[in-house]
Design a protein around this ligand. Structure first.
Ligand SMILES: Cc1cc2nc3c(=O)[nH]c(=O)nc-3n(C[C@H](O)[C@H](O)[C@H](O)COP(=O)(O)OP(=O)(O)OC[C@H]3O[C@@H](n4cnc5c(N)ncnc54)[C@H](O)[C@@H]3O)c2cc1C
Length: 456
């Protein structure tokens, strides 16, 4: 409500406006049936509820309708409200592409707006006009452009011309099934306190913790990161607000750099839409994953026998949160120790992360699986035992999520089967042997790909 491009334009430019979220589950990627259990969907619903409360203060209201874009747009136009234009913010994922196509097919005027990034994907390109696939040169150009055209911290003045189009739940119910306000509850705890708590959390971080960001950001128990991802991804905080407020503070560079990863992955998805369906690097699209369902289930439930992975997964399942360091460790473990196809992990994170976002989630998984843009050679593997020793030496985080071994000495959490005497599950895969297998699987995929290419 403070900075939302399509909404502002529609309020300014139209006489009557109906505000709608069409939840097309196929395109959005989380089945509607999971709305009670998926943290990712519940946070979106909670954010929508908060947004709606603010809309009401300016005499508008938003409706949520579940159905395919095609059906809902057609039923609305023919039977509820004969709209002549459609305003929306542009997204680069499946849902964004689908709504653009379906909106155009209605015959109404289509008004897409750029909102979710500081610089559009087409604004930051290599000299030859192609897109960046490596982060550092992308970041250099992003920064260079940012210094030349800084983002204004001033909030655009909201000019409201549009009246509410008079679409009501009753008129929608006639042809569609709108989601009632009751269905939006319960509020997801991650977004408790709505916009006002978000603002105070952000200010506290900027004033007290930003300065220690580089030092603390990798330690799950230190609250060293901003915690803003869920607000950025649900649209409660705009990227312009985030960046313009951040740069007011000394020592902002490391966090700004980290933020630019967000735009890097978004532009990558925009230029290479196939990444949502396959490996970014084609030579790794054909890895022969073992995908043992028992292993996948043990990983999901936090029962792999590797305490750092298990604690991270139980925290995810319970709260919808996972620290960035632990996302890398848990993802690497699934792919490189358990040899499960990274796309299964990607889908699970997408459903369960409160801050889930298609481009960033995909980017994180492809990075972890070494199928993406990273410059590192394919055999980079996280050793979970070293990671837990380095980032949770006193086992504080692990003990929080593994109550059954809370009394065990910290040193045992960093050794394979160290906790077996306490009845903790034994490791399901030996790290050394698994890594050798991973290298062989990746090597085989590479060789197969390049020899096929030569044959052709
Ligand atoms: C396997 C995997 C899956 C991931 N899935 C998601 C996801 O679905 N949604 C999501 O927002 N992030 C995802 N990330 C990136 C990262 O873990 C989160 O952005 C971060 O943990 C959010 O916490 P924060 O807001 O406190 O981050 P901070 O460290 O405070 O960073 C501020 C902002 O910068 C951006 N950012 C920071 N780190 C990264 C990164 N590595 N990649 C891209 N952007 C980054 C985010 O927008 C973040 O909110 C994933 C990472 C991995 C390894």
């Amino acid at each position: 409500m403070e900075d939302q491009t399509a909404l502002f334009k529609a309020l300014e430019e139209t006489d009557e406006l109906a505000i709608l979220w069409i939840y097309d589950e196929k395109e959005e990627g989380i089945p509607w049936a999971l709305r009670a259990t998926s943290h990712g969907l519940r946070t979106r619903l909670t954010a929508f509820w908060h947004f709606n409360e603010l809309l009401k203060t300016i005499g508008h209201q938003a409706f949520l309708v579940v159905g395919t874009y095609k059906e809902v747009l057609a039923a609305l136009r023919q039977q509820v409200y004969p709209y002549d234009a459609i305003y929306f913010n542009r997204f680069y994922d499946h849902a964004g592409k689908a709504i653009e196509a379906e909106a155009a097919a209605t015959g109404a005027r289509v008004c897409p707006h750029e909102d979710i990034m500081i610089f559009r994907p087409s604004e930051i390109l290599k000299k030859d006009g192609t897109s960046y696939q490596m982060f550092t040169p992308y970041y250099r150009q992003w920064l260079d452009r940012f210094i030349r055209t800084p983002v204004s911290g001033e909030k655009p003045e909201l000019q409201i011309r549009a009246k509410s189009a008079g679409v009501t739940s009753a008129s929608l119910t006639h042809v569609l099934e709108p989601v009632s306000e009751i269905d939006l509850e319960p509020e997801h705890p991650v977004l408790k306190g709505g916009y006002s708590l978000m603002k105070s959390k952000w200010r506290t971080f900027l004033e007290d913790r930003l300065i220690k960001y580089s030092e603390h950001r990798d330690f799950p128990t230190l609250q060293g990161t901003s915690g803003m991802s869920v607000y950025l991804n649900t649209g409660m905080l705009s990227p312009r607000q985030f960046v313009s407020e951040l740069i007011q503070y000394p020592g902002h560079e490391p966090l700004l750099r980290q933020y630019v990863w967000r735009e890097f992955y978004m532009q990558l998805l925009s230029h290479h839409p196939h990444v949502l369906d396959s490996a970014m690097r084609p030579e790794y699209a054909g890895v022969r994953w073992e995908t043992n369902p028992d292993y996948f289930e043990a990983w999901r439930q936090g029962q792999t026998g590797v305490p750092i992975v298990d604690a991270a997964m139980r925290c995810l399942n319970h709260e919808g949160r996972m620290h960035n360091r632990l996302r890398m460790v848990a993802a690497s473990y699934l792919v490189k120790d358990l040899h499960v196809n990274w796309q299964l992990g990607e889908q699970y994170f997408f459903e369960q992360l409160a801050d889930s976002e298609p481009a960033l989630n995909n980017g994180g998984w492809q990075w972890s699986a070494s199928t993406g843009t990273d410059a590192q050679p394919y055999f980079r593997v996280f050793n979970p035992w070293q990671q837990s020793l380095r980032y949770d030496e006193a086992a504080t985080f692990m003990k929080m999520w593994l109550p059954e071994v809370r009394s065990a000495p910290a040193a045992l959490f960093h050794k394979p089967d160290g906790l077996a005497v306490f009845g903790y599950p034994r490791v399901i895969a030996d790290h050394g042997a698994s890594v050798r297998m991973t290298k062989a699987l990746y090597q085989e995929a590479r060789q197969g790909y390049f020899s096929n290419k030569e044959d052709k």
